[in-house]
Design a binder for this molecule. Structure first.
Ligand code: GLN
Length: 233
């Protein structure tokens, strides 16, 4: 048995052991969105849907759950939450959402994937090659790249384009990019030379969970990108 004492922060790399639920943002009153705010869906098949809905609402979006093709058709942007990428991928196929989602992505739908969502947006994985992926970002990604649940950690991370200092983020059984496969992929943040935030066109992916810490800057950037995408060129 391990001792119940709080694990010490690791000063060597600025990481702190992740404790389940410890940093989950409490239920604050949810601001209502302004008229004309973009409608942003959160894929609600499995994973931490509620935290993303709350983060998006704090950023002024009209945030809604997406489980059906009809709901998918209503949104201006979509968040793929963290959870279990194998489960989410299989459920996308079972509920016949995989192809409609790929079609909407092909037509320019902005999508933000976090953790399992990043895995799903990857074109390739370097382990199980049979797992269903949505694809769209030309990277080869490794699941559980930092180890098992007990190896999860919180850290501060500088993200290109995000102002105001390093972001406060949680890596929970997180993936990382092993290889960038195309020079259209922009690397916005890395840890030890492995990309953990990447963007390709209208697709954004982060290996960590920005929605559990209350640091909403990446959500705000995504909401702004969705707003820009609605303005006809
Ligand atoms: N390890 C999970 C997976 O492979 C992702 C974990 C997460 O989303 N926090 O899908």
């Amino acid at each position: 048995m391990s001792t119940p004492s709080t694990p010490a922060p690791s000063p060597a790399n600025g990481r702190r052991r992740w404790v389940p639920g410890e940093r989950l943002v409490g239920r604050a009153p949810e601001p209502t969105h302004a008229d004309g705010a973009p409608t942003i869906g959160v894929l609600a098949l499995q994973g931490d849907v509620l935290e993303h809905l709350r983060a998006l609402r704090r950023c002024g979006a009209n945030a809604v759950e997406v489980r059906t093709t009809e709901q998918l058709a209503q949104v201006d942007g979509l968040v793929l939450p963290g959870g279990e990428s194998t489960t989410i991928g299989k459920l996308l196929e079972r509920f016949e959402l995989m192809q409609p989602l790929r079609d909407r992505i092909g037509a320019g739908l902005p999508v933000f994937g976090t953790c399992a969502g990043m895995i799903l947006l990857s074109d390739e994985l370097d382990q199980d090659r049979t797992q269903p992926l949505i694809g769209g970002i030309a990277v080869r990604t490794r699941r559980n790249a930092y180890g098992r649940q007990v190896d999860s950690f919180d850290t501060h991370l500088e993200v290109a384009g995000i102002e105001g200092g390093p972001m406060d983020v949680s890596f929970i059984r997180a993936p990382r990019v092993q290889q960038v496969l195309d020079d259209r992929v922009e690397v916005l943040a890395s840890i030890e030379d492995h990309p953990v935030v990447v963007r390709q066109g209208h697709l954004l992916a982060a290996a960590f969970h920005p929605e559990v810490t209350g640091d909403d800057r990446l959500h705000a950037a995504f909401v702004a990108a969705v707003e820009r995408s609605r303005i006809p060129a």
